[in-house]
Design a protein around this ligand. Sequence first.
Ligand code: 5GP
Ligand code: ZN
Length: 126
Amino acid sequence: MACSVIKCPLCEVTTMESCPFCAIVNKQLPAELIYEDEYCVAFKDIRPQAPVHVLVVPKVHVACADDVSDPQLWGRLMSAVKTVASQLGVAGAYRIVVNCGESAGQTVPHLHIHLLAGRGLQWPPG
Ligand code: 5GP
Ligand code: ZN
């Protein structure tokens, strides 16, 4: 599936086999895995922006939020977020962020939910 939002070299010239988060899902790229189920994996962000910074991603390659065709996927991802937050002891004290598109800050063209916690979080976000 090509990335329809970000014109990144990965998406333009290769298949999802070259997607870094697909590689993590397929255990071809190392990551600190926190959680895995039939639909999702969660792993620590390589450049954490908070003491707890986990990415929850679908196992299937979906480029961005706009490309979600099955709304049930959101339920599965959010269920994983809740489980991970509880597992990490931050239930009731976390922020979730989904950047959709380059201008919103999306840099990896595989849908992911940021789960941030463990410090004061300002509002509005930058
Ligand atoms: P975005 O900017 O697309 O919303 O978020 C992408 C996130 O993925 C960033 O916070 C970045 O630090 C993280 N990231 C990028 N590449 C890797 C990687 O190979 N491994 C892990 N664990 N995180 C990554
Ligand atoms: Zn992917």
